[in-house]
Design a protein around this ligand. Sequence first.
Ligand code: CTP
Length: 409
Amino acid sequence: MADGFLIYMSLKNKHILLGITGGIAAYKCAHLVRLLIKEGAVVKVVMTKAAEEFVTAKTLSVLSKNEVVTDFFDSNNSWNNHVALAEWADAIIIAPLTANTLAKFASGLCDNIVTACYLSARSKVFVAPAMDLDMYQHPTTKQNFDTLRKNENLIIPAESGELASGLSGEGRMAEPEHIIEFVNQYFANALPLTGKKVLVNAGPTYEAIDPVRFIGNRSSGKMGVALADEFAKAGAEVTLVLGPSHQKPQERSVTVIAVESAEEMLNACQKHFEATDIAIFSAAVADYKPKTVAASKIKKLENELSLDLVKTVDVLATLGKQKKHQLLAGFALETDHVVEYATEKIAKKNLDFIVANSATESGSGFGVDTNKITIIDKHNKLYNFELKSKQDVAKDIVRFAINYLKTHE
Ligand code: CTP
């Protein structure tokens, strides 16, 4: 069951481009598309003219819920952009792969939409060959497979059994279930955080004064959103609790929970904390909020206006108290005594490590695209990093968290 769960996660929201070529096994692609959709993948299909002899584009279009591309030009004579299709894909599956298309792939021939997508691929290409047993064993076929392997394509081995020719032996296209298993296994093995749940919070919080005004801060949320993206790229299932921010994650698999106040942020984080493996809190939570929120807009009557403020809830410290198996980390933005103040927060909030940065150092802190961080772990060990883009800083933090998990599990 646990394995099944892992496998389910790896294709969720992935863009899969299925390329079908002209072999009898093409009829099994209807089932393959259904299985991919069931796994949570988004599927688009391209097919050769020969493939249309074995399965209709209409069937695959209904099952994939997307238009099927069979030619460089559609019925309106508009050009089908194979480059855009290949770019769209997180993985390309060619099934069945005939001996003819295999030879085209190996030599770089490009005479139909499937070969064009193959040559434009930026993602991993999986091929599921299907041919008669003698063709499968032919030295030329073997050489062509070697070329594909050398070019980092992944070959899903053909299976043994009765073949369309009436002969029996190796050459049948792998069953759709086995193709799914192979692709899932690849993603599961390839990514270091597959099966891990990550919780990130980011952005500012807004604390209401009245229905139209609030106390907030200048945090853009960029650092935390970049972190959520990088954790997702590492295979984790990411929940991002995001205060008011214009930023949004690029990775489709990230689940975003939009919140406004510190209290809402705590509630959302608390809901996911128990099941979380890694929690990294980068939000610039407002430290104070108005003691009371006016029910209607405060009118401009006096020359001076005082607001009574009370401390907001400390989201990180609250969850630090509840921490059991979780790796918990926070951020510290300081103007002075950066390392000293940040280190104090590790014990105060029961953290595994803290990411410290200086609000006064140029290129660091709020509103800029770069950051310069020092990570301090709970043993007070310091790790200094260069000034880099927030995306690259996020990569460093994810790498640090992965190593931390490895050495502390
Ligand atoms: N934090 C939080 N809830 C708060 C305040 C801070 O969860 N009410 C978290 C931040 O997300 C960050 C860490 O605590 O990960 C440190 O935040 P920071 O503002 O540097 O420290 P504070 O605890 O607010 O202390 P001070 O402002 O006095 O430095």
